[in-house]
Ligand binder design. Structure first.
Ligand code: BF8
Ligand code: SF4
Length: 654
């Protein structure tokens, strides 16, 4: 296989392909290469039957039931081991989001006490949440109200009993009834995480059904005290996103600017870097640069894109390649999805890799502490270091792949409702509901999650999206998947060429009523914590229709999942009754019981998430097949609601 064929097999992003060629010439290792070196993967690990919970092991329990050991030393079966491992994985997905929520909560509290240099920009959001929480909002000073809201949120980390306040705030009553019956309503997020870790410890819980219910409960912790709490408090502090236009691809890194990439998830860090880059912009000019250019990677990109229109260089799998352009003076990282390999790559260039969170250090990176109180000091120091590195740039090593792609973003629920109000001011959701009822919009699918160096970058994310669009399915997107769509023109009105005629007409009508050429075929709703916005949209639609979320003709899809966070988010949506597709298999196939309970596919296990919650896991590596499976389920749900259904879908008819 030639080098060129190999590189084009790794990613469909031509800029990343070019930089992979540069990496090879310069003898720099990347995740794409390391992923190949890891093949073939251990089957015990892939199927979830490797147990390392105590020192009697590690135990590998055969998954076909005929050969080798059937139980671990302690007697644990494959079902027990897989269920325990999965709960452990879902905890690892949930915890970073809960920590994210705790960081923003702490920052908000310090801001209201005048101790942190942030301000409350989202007054409308604050008032609407205050009202929903039953607080008096009239005549109450903004800082005081924000403090009251934050103190209620704090109870979700402190209370020893009672149900999560953010769950009560954001969940549909019909869903709460289901969860109450199953006794999985979470209380205090930290306590639930501790309980779940305790369940998975050696010699603790071994009933796979109870472990599975623990998994669903953890999905609710993820949804409400991870995703929703983070988004709500971030909107209070930084404002609710509104429609913005931006640019995608490596070409957003500019040769004649001081370039700083922000990477990670925590907007308290990236917002400060952006603020200080604006304050110190003239100092870049004194160095002969045209200014300071901030570009985003992963979900820090999403946070700054949604609220500030900052452009996006790349997504997860190719984070190292941004440094290989040779034109980054600094890469600033905070938490989650930061590859340790970045430090090795940065070593080959003048780029300074800077970590920021006090409890997240990266080997080989320099560190500037972010704390809410010292946020300005951090922002200024980071930008000054980047300025100092600009003269050190080696022009001979600079190679920025050309070309950028236009994208729209900022589709918060508030923004979507405002756009729809141009068609019906009194009842903004009605035009959307009518379009769904008539079949002009067949259903809604959220394309979410990651890219994964194990699979061709951006390919499955875009193929699933295109197949759905062709069949008049409206796409909403978050995370690194949204970046895949952005890089490939699907967040721009130009992407309407991929849509079925009915969907294209609806998007054009809404766009034109708002002075735009059209809405794009995929609506970018934000970062991974902003999957809460998708949930809010579903609850609003279901409430307006008078049905349960589980009855809606919708699905979720993470075609290139790599992170346990994608699995915990997926669990949250399955608990709501939404089918969730993943394109990279989760380690569950070693247990027929767990696999069947989640996928409802085969076997005789009597209880499935589909029956209990109305949603199931779909594993399908082929993007077209995955889209068709979701469409079939959407049509099934449409039929149950008595909505117009097409006889065949476009692919089936071809
Ligand atoms: O939280 S999509 S690769 S960056 S995990 Fe990570 Fe996956 Fe990107 Fe955002 Ni989400
Ligand atoms: Fe083996 Fe049981 Fe220990 Fe797991 S908990 S490593 S199955 S002995």
């Amino acid at each position: 296989m030639s080098r060129q064929v190999l590189i084009t097999d790794l990613t469909i992003d031509t800029g990343v392909q070019e930089l992979l060629g540069k990496a090879e010439q310069e003898n720099i290792e990347t995740a794409f290469q390391r992923a190949k070196e890891q093949e073939p993967h251990c089957k015990f690990g892939l199927t979830g039957v490797c147990c390392r919970r105590c020192l009697q092991g590690p135990c590998r329990v055969t998954f076909n039931g005929n050969k080798g050991v059937k139980r671990g030393v302690c007697g644990a079966t494959a079902d027990q081991i897989v269920a325990r491992n999965l709960l452990s994985l879902i905890v690892e997905g949930t915890t970073p989001h809960v920590e994210h929520a705790r960081e923003i909560l702490h920052t908000l509290l310090e801001t209201t006490e005048g101790k942190a240099p942030y301000e409350i920009k989202g007054k409308e959001k604050l008032i609407s949440i205050g009202m929903k929480l039953g607080l008096t909002v009239d005549g109450v000073e903004i800082d005081k109200l924000a403090q009251e809201v934050a103190l209620i949120a704090l109870q979700d980390f402190q209370q020893q009993s009672g149900v999560s306040h953010w769950l009560r705030l954001r969940a549909q009553d019909k869903s709460i009834e289901t969860w109450e019956k199953l006794n999985i309503l979470p209380s205090n997020a930290h306590l639930e995480i501790a309980n779940a870790i305790n369940k998975t410890a050696m010699g603790c819980e071994s009933d796979p059904v109870s472990l599975l219910l623990g998994i669903m409960k953890m999905g609710l912790v993820e949804g409400y005290d991870g995703l929703h709490l983070s988004t709500d408090l971030q909107d209070i502090l930084f404002g609710t996103p509104r429609l913005v236009k931006t640019q995608y691809r490596m070409g957003v890194i500019k040769e004649d600017y001081v370039n700083i990439a922000v990477h990670g998830h925590i907007p308290m860090v990236s917002e400060k870097v952006l603020e200080w880059s604006r304050k110190l912009n003239t100092e870049a000019k004194a160095l002969g640069a045209k200014g300071i250019n901030i570009v985003g990677i992963c979900c820090s990109a999403n946070e700054l894109l949604m609220r500030q229109g900052v452009s996006v260089a790349t997504n997860y799998a190719s984070q190292e390649l941004a440094i290989i352009t040779g034109a980054l003076e600094a890469m600033v990282v905070d938490a989650q999805c930061i590859m340790p390999g970045l430090a090795q790559v940065a070593d080959c260039y003048h780029t300074e890799l800077i970590s920021t969170l006090p409890n997240i250090k990266i080997e080989g990176a320099s560190h500037i502490d972010w704390t809410p109180e010292e946020a300005d000091k951090m922002g200024e120091e980071i930008v000054r270091r980047a300025l100092a590195h600009y003269p050190e740039r080696d022009q001979a090593k600079v190679q920025i792949p050309g070309g950028t792609v236009e994208a729209y973003a900022g589709f918060s629920v508030e923004q979507i409702v405002e756009l729809l109000a141009a068609l019906n001011r009194e009842d903004p959701l009605l035009p959307l509901i009518e379009a769904i009822a008539k079949g002009d919009i067949l259903g809604v699918v959220a394309i979410v999650g990651c890219t994964n160096p194990k699979v061709k970058q951006d390919w499955a994310n875009t193929e699933v999206a295109k197949e759905l669009m062709k069949n008049n399915v409206l796409i909403v997107a978050t995370g690194c998947s949204a970046h895949s769509l952005g890089k490939n023109g699907l967040l721009s009105p130009a992407g309407l060429e991929y849509c079925g005629a009915k969907l294209a007409n609806v998007l054009t009508a809404i766009g034109q009523a708002n002075g735009l050429p059209a809405l794009p075929p995929a609506l970018h709703m934000g970062s991974c914590v902003d999957n809460s916005r998708i949930d809010d949209l579903l609850v609003a639609l279901a409430d307006r229709l008078g049905v349960a979320v589980r009855e809606l003709p919708v699905a979720g899809s993470s075609p290139e999942n790599h992170s346990p966070k994608a699995l915990s988010i997926g669990t949250f949506f399955i608990a709501q009754g939404v089918d969730v597709h993943i394109g990279v298999n989760a380690p569950i196939t070693g247990s027929p019981l767990v696999e069947q309970a989640l996928t409802a596919n085969k076997g005789e296990f009597p209880v499935t998430t589909d029956e209990l919650f109305g949603g199931k896991l779909i594993y399908e590596a082929d993007p077209i097949q995955a889209a068709q499976t979701m469409i079939a389920r959407i049509i099934q749900k449409r039929k149950a609601l008595g909505l117009v259904c097409p006889e065949t879908t476009e692919s089936a008819a071809e």
